[in-house]
Design a protein around this ligand. Structure first.
Ligand SMILES: Nc1ncnc2c1ncn2[C@@H]1O[C@H](COP(=O)(O)OP(=O)(O)O)[C@@H](O)[C@H]1O
Ligand SMILES: [Mg+2]
Length: 457
């Protein structure tokens, strides 16, 4: 009898090994290996009619006809923007997010919007029965003859239904519940997720039907199953937010058809998700305007700019050794900035306790936040508030000079988008790009110059 070949696969990162291991050499997670049956090359694949499996041949790029297929636009402008202008035909989009964040709600609303335009949509739920989906649909006011609901987890059956119905959009909620029979491991395991996704990819690419996939997120915040899921799909969006708050943010993490710097903001209501058209208020809504020791910085989080408030509290020290505390920024960096302020601007900070905090529990780790931190410290020390619609960007050098930062354009754009009126940034960053019209951009060379602008005496 033929021996069944098995392998051990790390459920966190997809690392494969012939033997079980306690600790994964790939991602250092403990106890993450699960035995799975290896798929051998002879496996039959599901077929989707209309696919040519005949050998492909290289073509000259000049001889390929470029057809600009129109994107499918939803009524949610924020979603269209994050997608790069709408759903691209034949694309595979992964939407990740914590449980209960509103992924199903968002996709049901999108389905409804397209179905209303007579585009047939197939909503496949592996998590809820059709009755449960109907209940949600009733709450959201979703009802359309072109919207089909299917409660199914078997990939083969899903393939057949897509083939028969030929919808304009398919939604899979969620990839962790779908399984292929020939893969023996449980739904949600690395092998299942990978195999099902590659099958969906094939359907999308060959039929031109865009497919939106929901993916669960692990404790650490990555999409459950391997990272490789993110590599396979065209677009990865994350739906995030505090479950106890009603605001939700949709971010692009990867996009083959658009920029990943976009983010869409929604508010969760009883009747579904509503777009937030003026997001600046939310982000800084807890910021007490006009209090000393608070500035806002546009920091890059990976490739995305985020606006964060940096708070400082400077108070006379009652002990010989002043305290320096920093949350969210590097403690040593704060000491350095205080020394620069003392030496170059003449602020007597040596006998002051300093508490620095990045509001919202964010961790910032880049030099461009120096200027905002220093201004916060000076503002608290002098007890003079900065203007609430100012943004500070720049690295502070040891001689008190303000040094160039990366991606200034995106930072300023983000600030302008969120309604800020004035950016104080390095003079050296001003060349070679055009400022948004709604915001005043002021270049500074030294920390003293920046202080004169921010907190004039
Ligand atoms: N009756 C309701 N009124 C208002 N909000 C609701 C109601 N029922 C559910 N919700 C919201 O919808 C969320 C669930 O959204 P859902 O789309 O199921 O999330 P996911 O699919 O990401 O797990 C809940 O966290 C809650 O905020
Ligand atoms: Mg759901």
């Amino acid at each position: 009898m033929a021996k069944i070949k098995t392998k051990f696969v790390c459920q966190e990162c997809g690392y494969e090994s012939a033997k079980w291991m306690g600790k994964c050499p790939g991602c250092n997670n403990w106890n993450s290996f699960v035995e799975e049956t290896a798929i051998t090359g002879k496996q039959t694949r599901h077929t989707f009619s209309g696919i040519t499996t005949a050998g492909s041949k290289p073509e000259r790029i000049t001889s390929i006809v470029s057809e600009q297929e129109p994107r499918i636009t939803t009524d949610l402008k924020e979603l269209n923007r994050v997608l790069g202008g709408g759903i691209v035909p034949g694309s595979l989009v992964l939407i990740g997010g914590d449980p209960g964040i509103g992924k199903s709600t968002l996709l049901l609303q999108v389905s409804q919007q397209l179905a209303k335009k007579q585009l047939p949509v197939l909503y496949i739920s592996g998590e809820e029965s059709t009755r449960q989906t109907k209940l949600r649909a009733d709450r959201l006011g979703v009802s359309s003859d072109s919207l089909y609901v299917l409660a199914e987890t078997n990939m083969l059956s899903i393939t057949n239904h897509i083939e028969q119905l030929k919808p304009s959009l398919v939604i899979i909620d969620s990839i962790q519940t779908i399984y292929r029979e020939e893969v023996t491991s449980a739904p949600g395991s690395v092998s299942q997720v990978r195999e099902c996704t590659s099958e969906l990819m094939r359907i999308a690419k060959t039929s031109g039907i865009p497919i939106l996939i929901v993916g669960h997120v692990t404790k650490e915040g990555a999409i459950a199953g391997p990272r490789l899921l993110e590599h396979m799909v065209d677009t990865v969006l994350y739906f995030e937010g505090e479950r106890h708050h009603t605001y939700r943010i949709l971010r692009g993490v990867k996009n083959r058809f658009g920029s990943t710097n976009e983010m869409g903001i929604f508010e969760m209501k009883e009747e579904g998700l509503r777009e937030v058209l003026n997001p600046s208020e939310i982000f800084l809504e807890e910021r007490s305007q006009g209090s000393a020791g608070s500035t806002v910085v546009a920091s890059m989080e990976g490739t995305r700019p985020i606006l964060v408030e940096i708070q400082a509290l400077i108070s006379p020290s009652s002990f010989g050794n002043p305290r320096r505390m920093a949350t969210g920024v590097d403690h040593n960096r704060v000491s350095l900035l205080m020394a620069v302020l003392e030496k170059r601007v003449g602020l007597m900070l040596q006998n002051q306790d300093a508490y620095i905090k990045v509001a919202g529990g964010v961790k910032l780790d880049e030099p461009a936040i120096d200027l905002a931190t220093a201004i916060s410290i000076a503002s608290s020390f002098r007890d003079i508030p900065t203007r609430p619609d100012d943004i500070f960007i720049g690295e502070v050098g040891l001689t008190g000079e303000i040094r160039r930062v990366s991606r200034i354009e995106q930072r300023v754009q983000e600030a302008a988008k969120l309604g800020f009126k004035r950016v104080i940034c390095p003079q050296n960053n001003l060349d070679g790009w055009t400022f948004p019209k709604s915001i005043e951009v002021i270049g500074v060379k030294t920390i003293q110059e920046a202080l004169n602008l921010a907190i004039p005496r």
